[in-house]
Design a protein around this ligand. Structure first.
Ligand SMILES: [Mg+2]
Length: 396
């Protein structure tokens, strides 16, 4: 089998990658929502992989892997990797999880990082009210993540939160020392959410990046009695192109509250310091940023070897991402907690993809399916209606 074409379009919010072969089998991958600007980058790799056998996934990846980087520049490479596995599975007539070594669980736990209800404010009461709505969500999530501090509109909306000028565009991000009032406010919001969830549902918090070491330690220690699932990306994370493992280690060693990072990190080599230095308790790579699903599995196993837990990121990965996350998460070792459940946006994504269970999430879990490849396929006739101008031949 040979690769004859590599295509990329944008369907709704998610760029979609299609690898075409000379045997009539195509493989699909995708990128996080909003990554339309990665489209030319995907196509940049086309010349490198044309003519290769897509079922030799690693051999193809060796041709392009070194020309990627931290989020968002690892996502094009990652999407191609996922599309290669999709082809390899379809060619073998096996679900991708079988090619990765087989599943060790029949259903995978997911956590809520994407089923959202609009926040009406940023006081403890607002957080409690919003958390109550998420607690009642039909998916029955057993873990819910919420953004606080610098990973929320708090800097621009809560007066005197920190000793700095708030940037509200979301592009630059905020960073600095919190005021005493600001720190108390954040803690009060977390306490209000925990009062809603009690000990029935786990609460994870996406916090930054942007916290200083003393504030990160103060927050983590103050929250110790609440048994928070994890504090995510306090120091670095999101689009920060480095890890700062030594600084994370200082925070982790100071508290029993689990510290988490990893969603923006590209390749296993960039997890080495975090894992070997025991700098965090949980890593959370995204299959569409780390370099693909085999890379994510390798990091999960290396983390497990070091007593570190795994909770993959995925909020913006769309329905192709959901399929990839289900396949790989079925195979991860027992340090696996849950992956971040992505939704299709806009809603018509659910009309153009076949193969997902209905309902997708039951009691906070997704049943692992057995169809070949990623196990989801496009209803091409329905999907064609949403192709952008100029991409009408994407499925041809
Ligand atoms: Mg995050």
């Amino acid at each position: 089998m040979k690769i004859t074409d590599l295509k990329c379009t944008v369907l709704g919010q998610n760029p979609v990658v299609r690898i075409v072969t000379d045997e009539g089998i195509s493989g699909y991958g995708a990128l996080e929502s909003g990554r339309h600007y990665n489209r030319p980058q995907v196509l940049y790799y086309k010349q490198a992989i044309l003519g290769e056998d897509p079922t030799n996934v690693e051999r193809v990846m060796l041709k392009i892997r070194r020309r990627g980087s931290f989020k968002p520049w690892g996502s094009a490479v990652s999407a191609i990797e996922v599309a290669l596995w999709d082809i390899a599975g379809k060619a073998a007539g096996l679900p991708v999880y079988k090619l990765l070594g087989g599943k060790i669980r029949d259903r995978v736990r997911v956590y809520n990082g994407a089923v959202r209800f609009p926040m009406t404010g940023y006081s403890p009461e607002h957080y409690a009210e919003n958390m109550a709505r998420m607690k009642e969500a039909k998916e029955g999530f057993t873990i819910i993540k919420q953004g606080i501090g610098f990973h929320s509109p708090m800097p621009g909306r809560v007066p005197n939160l920190f000793y700095g000028d708030a940037h509200t565009s979301g592009f630059q991000g905020n960073r600095g020392l919190l005021t005493e009032q600001g720190l108390r406010h954040v803690i009060a919001c977390v306490e209000a959410m925990k009062e809603v969830l009690c000990d029935e549902i786990g609460l994870a918090l996406d916090c930054g990046p942007g916290w200083t070491v003393p504030d990160a330690i103060r927050l983590a220690k103050a929250l110790e009695p609440l048994n928070i699932m994890w504090l995510e990306d306090l120091i670095t994370g999101d689009y920060v192109p480095y890890t700062n493992a030594g600084v994370y280690r200082e925070v982790t060693q100071s508290t029993s509250t689990p510290i988490h990072t990893g969603e923006q990190i590209y390749l296993r080599q960039n997890f080495k310091d975090l894992i070997e230095q025991h700098a965090v308790r949980i890593v959370g790579p995204d299959p569409f940023d780390i370099g693909g699903i085999a890379e994510l599995k390798w990091v999960a196993e290396y983390a497990d070897l070091h007593g570190i837990l795994m909770a993959p990121h995925g909020t913006a990965d769309g329905l192709i991402g959901l399929a990839a996350l289900v396949q790989v998460s079925a195979t991860l070792p027992e340090n696996y907690i849950a992956f971040e459940y992505p939704v299709g946006r806009p809603d018509w994504w659910y009309d153009i993809v076949d193969g997902l269970p209905d309902p997708i999430v039951k009691d906070g879990f997704v049943d692992v399916w057995d169809r070949p490849g990623l196990g989801v396929t496009f209803d091409e006739r329905a999907a064609k209606a949403y192709l952008p101008d100029g991409d009408g031949d994407f499925f041809d």
